[in-house]
Design a protein. Structure first.
Length: 212
């Protein structure tokens, strides 16, 4: 992959997904239509939904008497689909870039930023109780890439002794935090294994090999 991203990802506070600047993508796709026509036609034709598939905002012009422009930030799924819809070599290349870049980003985010307890302690709010260090559960989930919409039922069912609620905020022990890190790492490794090249062709069958 290139050292400098072809189309950089955008991180927005409060969102767990990655976003793409639509104008930057339009320029890289070498589309023959004006940006406004292209993006509005695609949204109308394929039923993309604002605040679900893309975000919009108004950007002031750098020119003294210039008009403000309407900007679009696309979800990664929408950007992949738009690249595919161009039916061109450039579009296919950009879609592949998104897939590879997302995988690398997720890997760096997990292993490079939150894989160790020392990094978790820098990123997640903590408190001390009964001689134990506790971590806020929801921020810990987010830091490790888990969905923050899941309930506490699984924690209560299997690890109730490692959980407490303080002023309606859930906290877990450092021991449970280490378990969450191990699970996140294993899940990510499993996804990498699934994407690894197959050992044999799909139609090879279940023949026994004689290895010398």
């Amino acid at each position: 992959m290139q050292n400098e991203p072809l189309i950089p990802f955008i991180e927005v506070s409060g969102r767990e997904d990655l976003l793409i600047d639509a104008r930057t993508m339009h320029a890289n796709l070498n589309v023959n239509h004006r940006f406004n026509d292209w993006i509005n036609n695609r949204i109308l034709e394929f039923g993309f939904v604002e605040n679900q598939d893309f975000l919009t905002f108004t950007k002031k012009s750098v020119k003294v008497f210039g008009r403000p422009s309407k900007e679009f930030h696309l979800t990664l799924d929408m950007a992949k689909e738009l690249a595919m819809l161009e039916r061109s070599a450039v579009g296919r290349s950009i879609r592949k870039y998104f897939i590879n870049a997302e995988k690398e980003y997720r890997s760096k985010r997990l292993y490079g930023q939150v894989a160790t307890m020392s990094e978790i302690k820098k990123k997640v709010p903590t408190m001390s109780f009964n001689g134990r260090l506790l971590f806020q559960y929801r921020p810990l989930q987010k830091a490790l890439g888990y969905s923050t919409k899941s309930s506490l039922s699984n924690v209560r069912r299997c690890y109730d002794s490692q959980l407490c609620i303080v002023n309606r905020v859930a906290y877990v022990t450092e021991d449970y935090g280490k378990l969450m890190i191990a699970r996140a790492t294993a899940k990510h490794t499993g996804e990498d294994v699934k994407q690894a090249p197959a050992l044999l062709p799909p139609d090879f069958g279940q023949l026994k090999l004689s290895v010398q």
